[in-house]
Design a protein around this ligand. Sequence first.
Ligand code: RUQ
Ligand code: CUA
Length: 762
Amino acid sequence: MKMRGLKSGLLVAAGLGLVASAWGAESLQDVMKRRNLSQQDLLAASKTYVPTGKRDEFLAFSSGGQSGQVIVYGIPSMRILKYIGVFTPEPWQGYGFDEESKAVLAGGRIDGHDITWGDTHHPAISETDGKYDGQFLFINDKANPRIAVIDLRDFETKQIVVNPVFKSDHGGAFVSPNTDYIIEASQYAAPLENRKFYPLEEFNEKYRGGVTYWKFDRKEGLIDTKQSFSIELPPYSQDLSDFGKGPSDGWSFTNSFCSERYVGGIEKGRPPYEAGCSAKDTDYLHVINWKKAVELFKQGKTKKINGHDVIMMDTAIKEGILFLIPEAKSPHGVDVTPDGKYIVVAGKLDTHVSVFSFDKIMAAIKAGKFESKDPYGIPVISMQETLHNQVELGLGPLHTQFDSKPCVAYTSLYVDSQVAKWNFCEGKVLDKISVHYNIGHLMTMEGDSTDPKGHYLVALNKLAIDRFNPVGPLHPQNHQLIDISNDKMTLLYDMPIPLGEPHYAVAIAADKLKPGIRYAVGTNSRTDKPSPYGVRAGEEKTTRTGNTVEVWGTAIRSHYTPETIEAEVGDDVIIHMTNLERAEDETHGFTVGTYNVHMSLEPGKTSTVKFKADREGVYPYYCTEFCSALHLEMQGYLLVKPKGWKPEANTTMAKAAYTEDDYKKQLKKIADTQAVIDSVVAYITSTNYKDFPDVVAMVDDAFDQAGKIPDVKAKHEAAAAKKDWENACLWAEQVWQYQVKTADLGLRAKTYLEQNGAKKIK
Ligand code: RUQ
Ligand code: CUA
């Protein structure tokens, strides 16, 4: 019995040993077996896996749906890189919690009200000659008709403009081939006047749709609202839009649904919207000569509505810039082909996509050949005469994107939960793949530009159902990555999106983006101008004017200047902070507890927080980014005193006891650290480090830190001479703090040089 027990014990031990060593060196086959992976899975993994330290080929900018944000992720890894605060406050970036970003959000106020969310739908990357140039990103808010401008040099939102005449939008943002205009089409018709009621009985007469052409000033990086205008359109629920390109440059296309102009009334026993809005067989594609519209606007052929220039429908008709073409009912996407020759319209309730020929449209317009007029007198061009072809793809076609291969397009099939690959020149289906589930938009790489890049397609699915671990009744969205480099499409990856329903996304070759890593010291990042509140080291100050305490402070590893801010109850407190760092990724945060303020101070940035110190008390402020070994010590106190408070006489600061021995230990520590610094400096200066701007920045920062040492050294030596061991120890400690920061930067610079092939020069 005893024997057996011992023997089986040994066997178990041996067995465990075997398993353990197998774990130590698992083969690919072992892993496949253990995780139940197929060859197919492995292939997909190897196409999407981005090894540590490597980067993605493409960057996707996805609408964040109801979050009002933009989501940035890499393709093919599908790793999320950033959420950009756009229409909604975003605390990490201080967006909506510092004054500079509050000013951006304030641009999106409507009727004097803050709107702290957005229903983002369509992001657009700026283009030059119809190709993505990677400079700016635009996105619309459907619920509160607005457009935002994001600068891709720092991925920050710079501007929000409110549509002056619409009450909702959908067909934006899309850019003209040189980004001189951004289109925004309304969605649900309403009176163009603001704060004006008309009964639904007057829908046909008083309710209107429209398109706005926002003028973009590339030099300023801002929309110029004064140079922007709209065109009044019938109340047809204008939907998606696209600009022409190449031969069709100068024209824009906007489709519509519910051209029945039905207004529902289920509560009054009337058939609901969905019945009345899909009764007819066709809706209208709006064809607009926007270049000519710009001229009309410049000639003043507009009417001011809410202070905004609107080209009225009669003018548009008379001047011959507005036409309609019937399109299969309840269409959704309208997408111009990369060559600019065709316009692809997908009809949700039709199994076909319709490919319209721009040449044929122009021929009809030139010949003045119209089949009828709509109730508002807009000329209607024949559908049959302008169609290039109609292709049966499947149920619920929505949106189309293009391949790098000529004539190849991809269309989402919402009802079928599929993507169809097809040839729009010849009108034939090439391949189909199932997605999970109910795809809305789809996106190929630079797939709505004149120069699509192929490789990958992302299906933006509306439902995830069973694809991910359950997290309650509200499911994440599912973006699926599909390989389109071969004849047959293959599904590679499911990516949960946990931040709202992204309608559309755009993806750009990563090497076209050149974001900065630091600002010039003292920059207001939201205006890209020097902040009047930026200060350099040594210029920090705190002032009191009346009831306002104003601080011009700085942040650098690992302290703020100042470390105490004193106010009285009822004071207005304004704190400006400048991050003096130059090193990459050395961001500091700043918050004052319970005052609902926060800033993110990337290297060089100046931000401001403002609040009323309305409660007596002691409020710690601290750095919210783990920036250095002494990050937790990056702190201070806002002291809010009762009005007229005076300190009692003879109070001294709390202190600890220090001895000469403590001071000697400090000196030893300083000497040891100096040896490390010296060796690092010797290494760096022996290389061509000046060829590496990132290293030069780190070296500059390091010298900044080291440069503070002599001053502080004099202080500890003077204190030691007076046998004031407390001050001697604390100032010596401060010398060591500067040394640590110097060494930290130096070591980072050294690692960088080693990893980036620096050469020995001495
Ligand atoms: S939407 S799923 Cu573009 Cu707003 Cu089509
Ligand atoms: Cu600065 Cu943490």
